[in-house]
Ligand binder design. Structure first.
Ligand SMILES: Nc1nc2c(ncn2[C@@H]2O[C@H](COP(=O)(O)OP(=O)(O)OP(=O)(O)O)[C@@H](O)[C@H]2O)c(=O)[nH]1
Ligand SMILES: *[C@@H]1O[C@H](CO)[C@@H](O)[C@H](O)[C@H]1NC(C)=O
Ligand SMILES: [Mg+2]
Length: 401
């Protein structure tokens, strides 16, 4: 008798539990007035709009009983006029997913900045679904106009094809690729002019398969603005000479024709060991950048890009956007406007920036091996940057790596 009563009590409690679970799951899937959540994710009806909006849904907490009363896990306060930006192909989706997850975990889940994705083809639904699910801010998907991803009319395409043959024989990485050249030219001269990017003043570039190893607890965009910075880097190194044999000649032509664009207190010493006669091939590695879009959209930068573009080296050689951005920043910005983010721990194959300074790494939950840090090795240009700016190398630089 007693045991069957216990059994009945058991069943009643179980049914009650099931009801509670059912109530919460069904109501969080279909909260009253939640149409903005569902239709807001453009992939529900991708033909309608190419952008997704999450902001409204996140603030409108009353729509979901599961969420009500819980504070958002974000840092309060105003946000900068800033966005992440990623150039990618549909086939990059899982590689960019890894990058996004780390950027969100280490930084953006606290700030919820937007993310702009750009592509020379139309993004597919899988790409949009996966990336918008991983990001905490609004996502926007843009197609690159044909004029920004093709041979300009002054380029001799036969000559360009010959160069690709040659470079293929010499086994120069991406030497035979047309799309890689369009990519480098686009990142050099056009991404900041895409209609979706015109809405912003600051950008943070993110590539597929990169890693972030430490927590970033402050707003890096605000840091840039508050400290008068326009361009930044985490890794620097020497460019592969074969890809830029005449780049410096083109730069010298630009300097001669536009002396008014050259900053007085510039970083020429980072770029040249003989006062500007020759290029030492040092550049900031542009697969990571936090920078000011209005600077890239300014007349000096546009004049610089147009001058290089006319000389044809994006196609007759294989000029990369890293030396192009770096030389522009090094010559046209006062040196105080370039920032080295020692505290942003970063990996893009094959180099790691792991912050020098053990206490910092512990305080910010870093998971990089300091032995992997590239900064103070012979092939890095970061020591030059320190010297040029009269900076003391951080404690530990001589024994950690
Ligand atoms: N839409 C589009 N994106 C591209 C194309 N080629 C490269 N990208 C993107 O441009 C950026 C740079 O290309 P990567 O292939 O990473 O070039 P890389 O960093 O020099 O070389 P890796 O060592 O291979 O990473 C990445 O964000 C790519 O996703 C392309 O043909 N179309
Ligand atoms: C953000 O910056 C862009 C470019 O400077 C500007 O056009 C836009 O009005 C700004 N938006 C806000 C909200 O300030
Ligand atoms: Mg890359």
């Amino acid at each position: 008798m007693a045991s069957s009563q216990r059994y009945l009590r058991y069943v009643v409690v179980a049914v009650a539990c099931l009801l509670v679970v059912f109530f919460f799951t069904s109501s969080s899937r279909l909260p009253a007035g939640s149409s903005n959540i569902l239709s807001g994710h453009g992939f529900a009806s991708p033909s309608k709009s190419d952008t997704t909006a999450k902001g409204d849904a996140a603030i409108d907490m009353g729509t979901s009983p599961v969420m009500s009363g819980l504070p958002p896990a974000t840092i309060p306060g105003p946000r900068m006029n800033a966005t992440f930006v990623t150039l990618a192909r549909n086939s990059d989706v899982w590689e960019i997913a890894r990058s996004i997850r780390q950027v969100e975990d280490r930084f953006n889940r606290k700030f919820n900045y937007d993310w702009v994705f750009l592509n020379d083809a139309e993004f597919d639904d899988t790409f949009k679904k996966v990336t918008s699910a991983l990001t905490s801010g609004n996502t926007k998907y843009g197609k690159i106009p044909k004029e920004h991803w093709s041979f300009p009319e002054w380029i001799d395409t036969d000559k360009a094809a010959k160069v690709r043959e040659d470079m293929k024989e010499k086994k120069i990485i991406y030497g035979d690729s047309i799309s890689y050249r369009h990519m480098c030219r686009y990142e050099s001269g056009f991404f900041f002019r895409h209609p979706l990017m015109l809405d912003y003043e600051w950008y943070w570039r993110v590539e597929p398969s990169v890693e972030l190893f430490c927590d970033i607890d402050y707003d890096a965009f605000k840091f840039m603005a508050d400290n008068g910075k326009k361009y930044s880097f985490v890794l620097s190194l020497y460019e592969y000479v074969e890809t830029i044999p005449t780049l410096w000649d083109s730069v010298k032509g630009f300097i001669k024709a536009n002396p008014q664009h050259i900053a007085k207190d510039n970083s020429m010493k980072f770029l040249s060991d003989d006062g500007g006669n020759t290029y030492n091939h040092c550049h900031f590695w542009s697969n990571f950048e936090i920078g000011n879009l209005n600077w890239l959209r300014s007349q000096p930068y546009i004049d610089f890009f147009n001058h290089l573009d006319k000389d044809g080296g994006f196609f007759y050689e294989r000029w990369g956007d890293a030396p192009v951005h770096s030389i522009a920043a090094g010559l046209m910005l006062p040196k105080e406007e370039i920032h080295f983010f020692n505290d942003i721990a970063y990996y893009h194959v094959p180099f790691t920036h792991c912050p020098t300074g053990e206490q910092y790494r512990l305080d910010h939950k870093c998971h990089c091996n300091p032995k992997d840090n590239f900064d103070w090795q012979g092939y890095s240009c970061t020591a030059r940057y320190y010297e040029l700016n009269g900076m003391q190398k951080p404690e530990g630089y001589d024994h950690e790596a």
